[in-house]
Design a protein around this ligand. Structure first.
Ligand code: CMC
Length: 423
């Protein structure tokens, strides 16, 4: 029998019965009862703002799937670019499709010379790479006026390809600028993650990238590719709903990611571990968090109320990286912190577990990335998630321009007071 839900307006006795599908009912039920009814839902805790078939999360069970495929299987068997194809197209590519996709991405990695000379070079010497990235993504769109033509499938496809291909180049450009290093051009003979590491760290002709580190970079890209309706993706969708071009929408999504409660948490987690300084200080630190002095960075999640499956994969991968780079000295502090927190009732009762950002920073640091680059490393792979949602939204007839309502609690009408009469 189909499930339904009945909502009764106790003021009038009027009731409306609507279908309940997967625990979701249409808010049109409220409008039917009374067009002026509003549901107060700050931070959208109970609101499904769209239908989506891209990413599935069961936060209680710690499950994450891209287009139905468990993240653990993809992490073990796939590559970032294959996952990108999957997220965008809904299916894994055949070998010829994958070959073409890889070729196309690798052959769109160049960035217009003016982007570096006139735009990136204009930043202050100590500009934060993520601040540069956010604005550089928007600026990149100005090189492609046709990007505004978002309902032209050929044009949109081209912008998606460009963005996925060019964000590593842009990110490396921002880093090289802030380090005072000469820009390294993309190399078409390298894989996506290898090319990125090369553009980041190349110092001389004999520079090589260890394939185990390339693999770890690719894995981290895969794990960050999408995460359904988080803050950044919601920003992407809200901006896309006004039919802005994908570069502008992505700049907004990157800005949302920049915050310390979102993609900035990996940076905050390393700063926290550095501040703790030694495993002897862990218990006192946890005590101070419980007393209300700050948060455990990289802990807790709006959706996961169990171990974040990405954190579990990253924790394991960290050891493979440390085999090459040597152990990150902060690892022991992180392990002890996790141990202490997960046996403490404060964290258990609130279902606070390590999230993706708790261990990723340790790997980034071991790979040689400065802390300021961490959120940029999140933004590069999330590009494909954002663009998948951008495309999905444009095809969704139920969507209109995003325009939530408010609950006005300000003062009632009053008359303008001349300045000499004000207190
Ligand atoms: N350390 C200590 N206490 C915490 C933490 C934490 N990291 N996270 C939540 N709490 C407490 C919070 O104080 C509250 O306690 P009480 O009920 O006594 O008021 C309770 O747990 C519920 O927290 P909340 O703030 O209502 O949860 P939320 O869903 O609004 O926030 C979060 C989720 C991720 C913003 C939050 O857990 C947090 O700030 N974590 C630290 C930052 C972080 O690691 N962010 C990365 C998220 S994963 C990557 C991403 O999506 O970008």
């Amino acid at each position: 029998m189909a499930e339904t839900i009945t909502i009764i307006d106790d003021r009038t006795g009027k009731k409306v019965t609507v279908p309940l599908r997967d625990g979701v009912f249409p808010s049109s039920a409220l409008r039917e009862l009374d067009p002026d009814l509003r549901m107060y839902d700050p931070a959208f805790l109970s609101t499904a703002a769209c239908e989506s078939s891209i990413t599935y999360i069961d936060g209680e069970a710690g499950i994450l799937r891209y287009r139905g495929y468990p993240i653990e299987q993809l992490a073990e068997k796939s590559t970032y670019l294959e996952v990108a194809y999957l997220l965008l197209n809904g299916e894994l590519p055949t070998s010829s499709e994958l070959e073409k996709w890889n070729y196309d991405v690798i052959h769109h990695t160049m960035i217009h010379e003016n982007m570096r000379k006139r735009f990136v070079d204009g930043f202050h010497y100590d500009a934060h790479p993520m601040g540069m990235f956010v604005s550089a993504v928007a600026a990149l769109g100005t090189f492609y006026p046709e990007s505004k033509d978002i309902f032209n499938p050929g044009s949109l496809e081209k912008q998606i390809l460009r963005l996925i291909a060019k964000v590593p180049t842009l990110a490396a450009m921002c880093y090289r600028f802030s380090s005072g290093l000469p820009f390294v051009s993309p190399n078409n003979s390298m894989s996506y993650p290898e090319n990125f590491l090369n553009m980041m760290f190349r110092l001389g002709d004999d520079h090589t990238v260890d394939p185990r580190l390339t693999k770890a970079m690719d894995l981290l890209f895969m794990l960050h590719a999408d995460h359904e309706q988080n803050c950044g993706t919601t920003a992407m969708r809200v901006v896309a709903s006004s039919h802005a071009d994908p570069y502008s929408a992505m700049s907004a999504a990157s800005s949302a990611l920049y915050g310390p409660l979102h993609g900035g948490a990996n940076e905050a987690a390393i700063n926290m571990l550095t501040e703790i300084g030694s495993i002897d200080n862990v218990e006192a630190f946890v005590k101070s968090v419980k007393a209300g002095h700050g948060k455990l960075q990289g802990f807790g999640h709006r959706v996961y109320k169990n171990y974040d499956p990405r954190a579990a994969i990253i924790k394991k991968a960290a050891y493979d990286v440390f085999d090459v780079t040597g152990k990150n000295p902060l690892l022991d502090i992180a392990l002890k912190l996790e141990d202490v927190a997960l046996s403490d009732d404060y964290f258990i009762s609130r279902k606070l577990y390590p999230n993706v950002d708790f261990y990723s920073g340790l790997i980034y640091q071991a790979l040689g990335f400065p802390i300021e680059m961490f959120t940029v490393l999140f933004a590069i792979p999330r590009t494909v998630g954002w663009l998948s949602h951008f495309s999905e939204l444009l095809k969704d007839d139920a969507q209109k321009i995003s325009r939530p309502r408010q609950w006005y609690t300000g003062v009632d009408k009053r008359d303008y007071l001349a300045i000499n009469k004000r207190q």
